[in-house]
Design a protein around this ligand. Structure first.
Ligand SMILES: NC(=O)c1ccc[n+]([C@@H]2O[C@H](COP(=O)([O-])OP(=O)(O)OC[C@H]3O[C@@H](n4cnc5c(N)ncnc54)[C@H](O)[C@@H]3O)[C@@H](O)[C@H]2O)c1
Length: 216
């Protein structure tokens, strides 16, 4: 449901830029691939009610969803490891439109440091102070595999509470790890495109096998 709320918000932002004022549950359901009943149930769970004729007012809906998701005006994020993946993320222009702002990158290679860049790339030694000073809660890790744990430790030390991990390393936390500095409140989400692709191939194979069985 939380993921759906994030997706509702994205759709609403787009509709708002098109000048649309009200939206109906079937519009949102179509956009998300769920039934209008699911949309209404999601909204009723967070005390949002529409009316049959006018639907939901987009501004009110966005405000309530943002309140519910605990969103600040902008969600500020840092990146550790400004190589191919890190810089691709930093260059992605759609994030600010979604309220996500990567405000700095950090790297341990002198060659990558660029304080004057639109999104500055700073030395790793400055990460902790930067995080504390700017009250950053979420960080992306896109360093090489061997550096992942060390960078994660530095993030925990700095007070980061949510990590999007691009490395293949399993970064344990949420109170389940044995790190001496574990704040027990850092959530890690790992992105593994290889696994996603393998899963797709598996599903295609399954579909083909089912097709062969149906044809037999
Ligand atoms: N999640 C996925 O599906 C997926 C796909 C491809 C790659 N990856 C992983 O993403 C990570 C980054 O890949 P890439 O191709 O961008 O690598 P890259 O080599 O292009 O970039 C890594 C960057 O990290 C910096 N770095 C190295 N050690 C560091 C440290 N201790 N602290 C801070 N910065 C450090 C390097 O200077 C470099 O700028 C790798 O772990 C890779 O395995 C994940």
């Amino acid at each position: 449901m939380i993921l759906r709320m994030v997706r509702y918000l994205r759709v609403l932002r787009k509709l708002k830029t098109l000048g649309i004022v009200n939206v109906f549950s079937n519009n949102l359901g179509d956009a998300l691939g769920v039934t209008p009943a699911v949309v209404r149930k999601d909204f009723s769970q967070i005390n949002i009610t529409g009316n049959k004729r006018g639907g939901y007012n987009i501004d009110v809906l966005m405000q309530k969803l943002e309140d519910q998701l605990g969103k600040r005006d902008s969600k500020r994020v840092i990146v550790a490891g400004c190589g191919r993946i890190g810089q691709a993320l930093m260059a992605y222009r759609e994030f600010p439109k979604e309220g996500i702002n990567i405000i700095a990158g950090f790297d341990n290679s002198e060659a990558k440091i660029d304080r004057e860049a639109h999104i500055p790339i700073l030395p790793m030694e400055e990460m902790e102070e930067f995080v504390k000073k700017n009250e950053i809660e979420v960080a992306i890790i896109s360093v090489p595999e061997p550096a992942a744990n060390d960078v994660f430790d530095q993030m925990l030390q700095a007070g980061i509470r949510g990590v999007l991990n691009f490395t293949p390393v399993e970064l344990k936390c949420q109170g389940k790890c044995d790190r001496p500095n574990c704040p027990k409140n850092c959530t890690v989400h790992t992105v593994n495109i290889g696994l996603e692709l393998e899963n797709l191939f598996y599903l295609i194979n399954m579909n083909e096998m089912e097709q062969v069985q149906d044809d037999a």
